[in-house]
Design a protein around this ligand. Structure first.
Ligand code: HAM
Length: 425
């Protein structure tokens, strides 16, 4: 730290009011979108036992190996971790509360996640996800609907990320593929970098994900999982694709898409954009049929995705769509003793009518109050002088358009602002 002032932790950002206006606009759209698809919200703790993430995400993943905020609770010696993602917690909660006892569940969550990554544009140490999990559903229709619902949201947000799709098949096929991969990489040991050597026996699939240019040719020619897939998994994948085509969703099959978390099987997908630089994945997910059983629940299939809110909002902003709710409906300016008392009553009436209202505080002349009214981005200044107060009227001055100011009774003023506000939306 360069001076004595305490700053926020690197990679963890404050969201100031200008930003939260936009976030709230986004959250309102997202909430309504999830409601329309029949998903219900779940809120789980931000802290979980470290073992949950190790078991769910996988010991030999970047997240578990080097990105988790893990510490020992000194009061009882337990190892705890700030959640790096939401799927593990969701599955833990579903098992713990036996939520699948009467059939599948459609759940969503949102909130901060924590990963100790190198911060850069679009990559933070505290970031926010909206996650969607469909638990207990095995069919390709669920995979397709998860993707279709994303496409629906993109339309509403005026953005157009592209869809990359792959299948990871099932356990047995992956096992065979893994053996072939290990044999292949072992026979080319001299080309492997340190990371790859380390992963050779623990997680050879992740070697395919390497960004090292020296490994690209080797990876291109590596045995393909696609060649090992069994009929059932292939049919599942074909069905997902047919459903997507039927819904007019364009996609690109990317056999290199393996995802950074170990729990996936069959369908995996990522929505990517080239408008955000290096961190272009705005949403990602897939099927994870083995995870519930692996974490101690009765075997049940599942699929889901999570979107990175910072990245999505950056993309929406690049597209020019404004999500922020505008300033308040009214800013009441008042001067004079009688006016002050009446101004408080006006504020109360406007608020009771559902209008967002700032009542000027701190005195000052009309001119300086009008400046503050304008700076607040309010739609109307509601002017209350002693004259108006005596007549129990207000003067309405539009601040965002060129219409004339008018003096009216309170009920009419309320009606007028309400009508103007609905027209605008
Ligand atoms: P993930 O791919 O690790 O998947 O993260 C999902 C999304 O979160 C990414 O596509 C990205 O938009 C955002 N994200 C991840 N890390 C960061 C970061 N450091 N800074 C900013 N944004 C980030 C999961 O987390 C899975 N739980 C998704 C899932 C749900 N799969 C099935 N259900």
């Amino acid at each position: 730290m360069s001076n004595n002032n305490i700053q926020s932790v690197r990679g963890m950002n404050d969201l100031l009011p200008d930003a939260t206006d936009t976030w709230q606009g986004f959250e309102a759209i997202v909430r309504d979108w999830l409601r329309r698809y029949g998903y219900r919200e779940m809120r789980t703790p931000i802290l979980e036992h470290t073992g949950l993430f190790k078991r769910a995400i996988g010991e030999v993943t970047d997240i578990v190996e080097k990105e988790m905020y893990t510490f020992i609770d000194e009061l009882n010696g337990e190892s705890l971790t700030l959640r790096p993602e939401g799927t593990a917690s969701s599955v833990r909660a579903v098992i713990q509360h036996n939520l699948l006892y009467d059939g599948g569940k459609r759940l969503w969550y949102s909130g901060p996640m924590f990963r100790h990554e190198r911060p850069q544009k679009g990559r933070y140490r505290q970031f926010h996800q909206v996650g969607v999990e469909a638990l207990g559903f095995a069919g390709p229709d669920t995979d397709a609907e998860l993707i279709v619902m994303c496409a629906d949201l993109w339309k509403e947000l005026d953005i157009a990320p592209t869809l990359q799709l792959n299948t990871l098949g099932d356990q047995a096929a992956r096992q065979r593929h893994r053996q072939k991969l290990v044999a292949y990489f072992e026979s080319h040991r001299e080309v492997l970098d340190e990371d790859a050597k380390r992963r050779l026996h623990s997680n050879p699939l992740r070697i395919l994900d390497s960004k090292n240019p020296a490994m690209q040719a080797l990876n291109e020619a590596a045995p393909r999982l696609m060649d090992e897939l069994e009929d059932e998994a292939l049919t599942h994948f074909d069905d997902v694709q047919s459903l997507l085509r039927a819904h007019g969703i364009a996609f690109e099959i990317n056999p290199r898409l393996v995802r950074g978390l170990d729990y996936y099987n069959r369908t995996v997908f990522e929505w990517v954009t080239d408008q955000l630089g290096a961190q272009g994945t705005v949403c990602a997910g897939g099927r994870y049929d083995g995870l519930i059983e692996q974490l101690g629940g009765k075997p049940a299939p599942a699929a889901g995705f999570a979107m990175g809110m910072e990245r999505l909002l950056a993309l929406v902003e690049a597209g020019g769509r404004a999500l922020a709710t505008p300033g308040p409906d009214a800013y009441i300016v008042h001067a004079g003793d009688t006016a002050r008392v009446f101004a408080w009553q006006v504020a109360s009436a406007l608020r009771s009518a559902g209008l967002s209202t700032i009542l000027h505080c701190g005195g000052g002349g009309f001119k300086s109050q009008m400046k503050k009214a304008d700076a607040s981005c309010a739609r109307y200044a509601v002017i209350v002088g002693d004259d108006e107060a005596a007549a129990r009227q207000v003067t309405l001055k539009p601040l965002r358009d060129a219409t004339e100011q008018r003096r009216t009774g309170m009920a009419q003023a309320i009606q007028f602002i309400q009508e103007a506000t609905t027209q605008k939306v």
